[in-house]
Design a protein around this ligand. Structure first.
Ligand SMILES: Cc1ncc(COP(=O)(O)O)c(C=O)c1O
Length: 369
């Protein structure tokens, strides 16, 4: 690991010059949380173009859970690039796609036959999960949650809850999307009190089914096990399981979006493991491939096999470089050290302090683990 070092004003002169070029060449909609330009990165440190070294708390928005430039990931990428970088799995298949699918089916929750589809981004994986669910059920509707985030493409954006900046000016959105409040106890939409309420927010979904949409028209519930963009809201333990039961009762498929919570964020490989929930379709991305664009839908084999030949896929999904990186990432996670470390750090940092965390962590509920 490098050492933090600030040697110029921030942003430094090189970053300022690049930012002027960036302003002229790149749309303002692509924003930045920091005004400095990256030159290199290693472990938890990033060096900017002026030679300043920072601790990286963002990790490319939860993408670098194994750290920057992990040597085994870099070696796997070099090796794969020397052999071939692209042939398109739909044209000429290769082993690493298949073995990654096998590996993720083994590592993901659910003791039933599973199959895995690889695509390029979390949003694309969400879109495909909904397509697969609609195909399997013959139903159009999708139920999602207030404060949820599922991406920026049109269907994913229709499921995303935040107006500014994500949805502002992009209407109309996809029809047949039903949105209900999440188990956000600190700002409970129903002013209920957990645990006495015993999940009013789930019971209320049944009322939505009476007032707004026939449950027989709903293909899937799409849910984050912990809200990410919506403010890192940890629902009470048992919430996800209640949703799963509700889904089962109406023949609705449960799509769990672990794009952000996956790969050690909660001390487990996937957050829904701690809730004992087995999603019908699990959506993953971000830290799956340490920065290479790779996302996946892992699902019950019979659902995944619904779409006809050619109904899923694309040139880049499961690109050989991304698959090589993902195998190297799983090699780092599978021994368990990273997960144990994540759990230890998470619990050390989860001491109640201040109003918000007292309500979210000290009222009988526990953070997911
Ligand atoms: C929970 C969740 N779902 C979906 C997405 C969309 O993923 P992507 O930006 O790779 O399309 C994100 C991205 O931040 C996310 O956090």
């Amino acid at each position: 690991m490098g050492h933090i070092r600030i040697r110029t004003e921030v942003p430094g002169p090189q970053s300022q010059a690049l930012m002027r070029r960036r302003d002229a060449a790149v749309p303002r909609g692509v924003t930045h949380s920091t005004p400095v330009f990256a030159a290199s990165a290693d472990g938890v440190c990033v060096t900017d173009v002026d030679g300043n070294v920072y601790l990286d708390f963002a990790g490319g928005i939860g993408v670098m859970n194994v750290g920057h430039s992990a040597p085994s990931v870099v070696a796997a990428l070099r090796d794969q690039a020397n052999r071939f970088s692209h042939v398109c799995f739909s044209v000429l298949p290769y082993e690493s796609y298949v073995s990654l699918a096998e590996r993720l089916a083994r590592l993901s929750p659910g003791n039933f036959p599973k199959k895995t589809l690889f695509v390029n981004s979390g949003a694309e994986a969400i879109e495909n999960a909904v397509k697969i669910a609609r195909h399997a059920t013959g139903r159009p509707g999708v139920l999602c949650f207030e404060d949820g985030f599922h991406g920026r493409t049109l269907l994913a954006l229709s499921l995303t809850s935040k107006v500014e900046p994500y949805k502002l000016g992009y209407a109309p959105f996809v029809a047949d999307v039903l949105r209900v409040p999440y188990a956000y106890c600190y700002r409970c939409a129903y002013r209920a009190d957990y645990p006495a309420c015993r999940f009013t927010c789930v019971d209320e979904i049944e009322h939505h089914f009476k007032r707004h949409a026939d449950p027989r028209t709903i293909a899937a519930v799409v849910v984050e096990p912990i809200l990410g963009e919506g403010g890192f809201v940890v629902p009470p333990s048992g919430y996800l399981a209640r949703l799963a039961t509700l889904c089962r009762g109406y023949g609705i498929l449960l799509i769990v979006d672990e794009v952000q919570t996956g790969f050690g964020r909660t001390g487990r490989l996937f957050a829904c493991e701690s809730e004992g929930v087995e999603p019908d379709l699990l959506v993953i991305a971000k830290s799956l491939a340490a920065g290479l664009p790779l996302a996946a839908v892992i699902g019950r084999a019979e659902l995944m096999d619904g779409p006809v030949k050619g109904g899923l896929g694309g040139p880049y999904g499961g690109n050989p470089l991304a698959c090589a990186a993902a195998h190297a990432v799983l090699d780092l996670f599978e021994p368990g050290d990273l997960l144990r470390r994540s759990e230890a750090i998470g619990f050390a940092g989860a001491k109640p302090s201040g109003r918000r965390s007292k309500r979210t962590l000290d009222d009988g509920r526990r953070p997911v683990r």
